[in-house]
Ligand binder design. Structure first.
Ligand code: ZN
Length: 531
């Protein structure tokens, strides 16, 4: 049986741009568009020309891509002609392959929000589709509030969709704008729509307000829809849109879909999807969601010893797909619950061949347990665990020594009469025979210490230039009688790799210093710096 084509429409740059705290520059948009194009989505909705300078600039010139570069806009305003509507004119003028119009498809919204008649709304849909087709664009219609509208007045909701389809729109997209529709309702309603409009012209646009946007998208496909709209990492207003980073692997790896459908994403591109997801987080300066399906750091992490020993025999025992297929990796957590099998497997992954009866193994296990009792958590701090193991096996060179550091925090009134807090760090480092002194100012004591530490490492400086700190987390723990501070630092480098290091102390600067040092030493080892 030949497989049907299922189309992916990404709206990270339009709907996703409406996320709280997200503000894409033109350069950001171009970077993300290229990433999406390499991933293999069919449509990239890049913005709303005329609505703001960034989006207008994006569409000011042709952006050659494999994907259909899509401009978003409203259908003509009620009571105007298509030739006398500046908003529509900006969308029609955009250098885009396709235009996605949004129109209301609920009689309630037409009356209350649009303050026009049902017939005028239908005429606006027909006129706008016709105008865009006359400009040679492929046309899509996002039917806003479709599911809520359909429940109240199915004939009118359907009439809106039919108006666009009959006028030659390539796709009518059914939107769950408020995100409250449940999967069984989506399946039923999409099934009814597909009796009137062929499913290979029907799309789904689901919001995640009941945490079911992904499930709703699949429900629509089961009922006949052949286009899925979504965003990277589920970015989007309120609770977000359907997450393409979860949808794509499911379409590529689950028999229910692979047996029936082809999508534009290749196996090789699927192998980069974890990277794509993290690259977007980096660009947004956000910490990646550790528990994200398929791509999260914990998605293939196993803690309990008995699971770990089974996974070593056959990974399929506790994994629903192989982590490599989505560019992730298996992680056997080394923690106070872990047995020797986790430890052995983790050492094996790092590349140390240690015999299971090696006495150093027991010492390492004891060391991990002792440290976890005072607040360390190696299951998150993979790089610090690797260093601990390497140290016990005698495999960490002494690259440099920090002989002394001094961190100060000063609050004062500046020249403008404002109260400011300034942090300053001075670090004395010995690298071989060389004694190096660096000073730096930072927006806080840890930032100043980090900047000073990484400012000058003499002959090792070139090995750490790509190192950057991407996340810093602090927790106060009650270990025994006194409170201690646990610091976790996430770092990344030019290759896109990321790792986490840990420090624990009653003093937050001390704890941070340990984690910073581990990160730098880890990077030196990783970069192959000579001892
Ligand atoms: Zn939306």
């Amino acid at each position: 049986m030949s497989r049907e084509r299922l189309y992916l429409f990404d709206t990270t740059l339009r709907d996703g741009a409406q996320t709280n705290g997200v503000d894409f520059t033109l350069a950001d948009k171009l970077t993300i568009a290229r990433m999406l194009d390499e991933l293999g989505v069919d449509y990239i909705e890049a913005g709303y020309p005329g609505a703001n300078p960034t989006d207008t600039n994006f569409f000011a010139e042709k952006r050659p891509m494999h994907a259909q570069v899509t401009a978003f806009g409203m259908t003509r305003r009620p009571g105007r002609s298509t030739s006398n509507d500046p908003g529509l004119a900006a969308v029609l003028a955009a250098e885009a392959d396709a235009i996605c119009f949004v129109a209301k498809s609920s009689d309630y919204h037409v009356r209350v929000a649009l303050e026009t008649t049902e017939e005028e709304n239908l005429a606006s849909i027909r006129d706008s589709v016709r105008a865009a087709k006359a400009k040679g664009r492929e046309v899509l219609l996002d039917c806003e509030h479709f599911f809520d509208g359909y429940k109240a007045n199915p004939d009118y909701a359907l009439a809106c969709a039919k108006a666009a389809y009959d006028e030659g729109a390539r796709w009518v997209v059914l939107c769950d704008t408020n995100g409250g529709t449940l999967p069984h309702e989506v399946e039923k309603i999409v099934g009814e729509v597909c009796k009137q409009i062929p499913g290979d012209h029907v799309g789904i646009h689901a919001h995640n307000d009941t945490e079911q946007a992904v499930a709703n998208s699949f429900a629509a496909v089961r009922a006949g829809a052949r286009q899925i709209q979504g965003t990277l990492n589920g970015l989007g207003e309120r609770c977000g849109n359907a997450n393409l980073v979860s949808i794509i692997p499911t379409l590529k790896l689950k028999a229910e879909f692979t047996d029936k459908f082809d999508i534009g994403v290749s196996d090789a591109a699927l192998g980069h999807i974890a990277h794509v997801s993290h690259a977007l987080d980096d660009l947004l300066n956000r910490a990646a969601d550790r528990h994200a399906p398929y791509v999260g750091e914990s998605a293939f992490a196993t803690k309990a010893g008995i699971h770990a020993s089974a996974i070593m025999k056959d990974p399929a025992t506790y994994e629903h797909v192989a982590p490599e297929t989505v560019g992730n990796k298996r992680k056997l957590l080394v923690s106070d619950q872990s047995g020797r099998s986790n430890l052995l497997a983790e050492l094996d992954r790092i590349g140390f061949a240690v015999d299971k009866d090696d006495p150093r193994l027991s010492r390492l296990l004891d060391e991990v347990k002792e440290r976890e009792a005072i607040g360390y958590a190696y299951e998150t701090a993979d790089a610090s665990f690797e260093l601990l193991a390497r140290r016990l096996l005698g495999k960490v060179p002494r690259y440099f020594d920090v002989e002394q550091f001094d961190v100060s925090v000063e609050q004062r009134i500046n020249a403008k009469g404002e109260r400011v807090t300034v942090s300053m760090a001075v670090v004395k480092v010995r690298v071989g025979e060389e004694l190096l002194i660096s000073a730096a100012e930072g927006n806080g004591p840890v930032n100043a210490l980090d900047l000073a530490l990484r400012k000058d490492l003499g002959k090792y400086q070139s090995f750490i230039t790509g190192l950057e700190l991407t996340d810093y987390r602090v927790r106060i723990l009650n270990a025994g009688t006194e409170a201690v501070t646990r610091v976790l630092i996430e770092s990344a480098d030019e290759s896109g790799d990321r790792w986490t290091t840990i420090g624990v102390s009653s003093n937050i600067i001390d704890a941070s210093f340990q984690a910073l040092m581990d990160s730098i030493v880890y990077k030196l080892i990783k970069s192959g710096a000579p001892a």
